[in-house]
Design a protein around this ligand. Structure first.
Ligand SMILES: [Zn+2]
Length: 477
């Protein structure tokens, strides 16, 4: 019953990982970092495609691995999607690859006389035919999902620009000259760009279309103008320090990914062949609900006296977590908490996360480097705690080299992630190692919780006091 063990351990880790996510973050594990000699261009390209595929209509999450065998002329792109393969996806993905390949070819052959610095061509045309073709395809496919996310999520930290009242919220501290300087002019300019963006998203009525080709290209130019300002470090630090916390919005990622594709098409060092093969994996079937009983008795019966874990404290931390944040399990994550039976479960069967399904596929079909399966797994969202641990345990057990983009300090999220279950065909030795890793992690986190239980961070996160500590300290199981 090791699959049930993993469910249970992940449930007990929820409070602790949630705490770290909202407070100081957790350093990403070094074992999944790409090796220094892994081509940065291939990583960026994989990440850009994963982002764009994640905005395909009907797609929630996409994971992508791009591999070029040394002996082979063909680059292999493997794609794993959740929750299913949307209609038209394969055709659209192939179209993307074809247009990107055409753009690379054009960049190689285009004479220097046509392209002048700044990217503007003779005759004032900003984009070449192949660039136009890639831009039009990308926005045609991604704009509907991007727009819908903008309409449902709103403009977040951009609201002060959309409302035009950024001057009212700007705080200049003891340097009032900032209100008049270059940054203030740039903020005004940025504000105008953002308002145009918001108007475009809101004013197209019920239509998810941007209009004709010229309208799409104008929209792209607008997005790039916003991107250019955000990528100015001095200005972005100014925004961050004086006006808004997060100058970037998540649903702005498709134009950024498209910019990456356009830039990489001109990179002569990109280790990629002109031939592509593209495999879209069958999405893993939802096999069973997630289920875990979190009581001291059930935990000690299941795991026994291992790693000196105090199961009573594990139960108490979980109880405080659930009662302190009553809606934490209902944030669209399909969890159900039964306070009578102390069980955390899902009402629907759970799917294996796409990045994990991709790893399972590559174990059988991956490209080897120096005798080891090696791949960079790009994901359209940050991989969750459980997926990261699983990938690490596959590497440790099977001597593979799967790596991921986990530089972001928020990477360790379990709290918001969809429920996680092991793949049916997970290797028993991998599962055994995963269980050991989770137990050890739980032991460390519970010890840290006991050690710092009065600290402000824990109290603010709802994982504060109210425990019968004398009783807890004296009992070990
Ligand atoms: Zn995951």
């Amino acid at each position: 019953m090791t699959h049930a063990d993993v469910d249970t351990l992940l449930a007990t880790l929820h409070p602790h990982i949630s705490f770290h996510r909202v407070s100081d973050g957790m350093p990403p594990p070094g074992y999944l970092r790409p090796r220094k000699d892994t081509a940065a261009g291939v990583r960026k390209l994989s990440q850009a495609f994963a982002t764009l595929f994640g905005y395909h209509p009907g797609c929630d999450v996409a994971a992508v691995a791009l591999q070029t065998p040394q002996s082979n002329e063909t680059s292999k792109l493997s794609i794993s999607l959740s929750p299913s393969i949307p209609p038209g996806f394969e055709e659209n993905a192939k179209e993307w690859l074809a247009r990107f390949a055409a753009l690379r070819k054009e960049s190689r052959t285009e004479s220097e006389s046509i392209r002048v610095p700044g990217g503007v061509r003779e005759g004032g045309d900003a984009f070449s035919p192949a660039e136009k073709s890639l831009i039009l395809h990308t926005h045609r496919v991604c704009y509907p999902a991007m727009r819908r996310r903008a309409l449902t999520q709103g403009f977040g930290d951009w609201d002060v620009f959309v409302q035009g009242n950024w001057q009212d919220v700007a705080t200049y501290g003891d340097d009032p000259t900032l209100a008049q300087g270059e940054h203030a002019d740039n903020t005004q300019k940025f504000s105008e760009l953002v308002r145009r963006f918001a108007d475009c998203v809101r004013n197209s009525g019920d239509s998810d279309s941007l209009g004709g080709d010229e309208d799409v290209l104008e929209f792209h130019k607008l997005c790039m103008a916003i991107r250019d300002m955000m990528s100015n470090r001095g200005f972005s630090a100014f925004l961050n320090g004086h006006i808004c916390q997060k100058p970037a919005l998540t649903y702005f990622s498709p134009p950024l990914a498209l910019h990456t594709l356009l830039a990489l098409s001109q990179d002569p060092k990109l280790a990629l062949s002109d031939q592509w093969s593209c495999t879209v994996l069958c999405p893993p079937e939802a096999v069973r609900p997630f289920n875990a009983v979190v009581t001291k008795t059930a935990l000690s019966e299941r795991f026994g006296e291992v790693h000196r874990i105090r199961w009573k404290l594990v139960e108490q931390a979980f109880e405080i977590f659930v009662s302190g944040i009553p809606n934490w399990y209902s944030t669209g994550a399909n969890y159900h908490w039964n306070s009578d039976t102390k069980s955390l479960s899902t009402t629907r069967p759970v799917v294996v996360h796409p990045e994990v399904a991709l790893i399972q596929h590559l174990l059988e079909n991956g490209v080897e480097f120096e005798g080891k399966v090696e791949a960079f797994i790009a994901c359209s969202r940050l991989p969750c705690y459980a997926s990261i641990v699983y990938a690490g345990m596959v590497n440790q057990t099977l001597k593979t080299r799967f790596t991921m983009d986990i530089d972001d300090r928020r990477c360790h999220q379990l709290y918001k992630a969809e429920p996680w279950i092991l793949p049916e065909d997970a290797r028993p030795d991998v599962v055994a190692n995963m269980k050991e890793h989770l137990l050890e992690d739980l032991r460390m986190r519970v010890s840290a919780w006991v050690g710092h239980r009065w600290s402000d961070g824990y109290i603010a996160s709802g994982l504060g006091p109210d425990l019968d500590w004398e009783d807890s300290e004296s009992e070990w199981i």
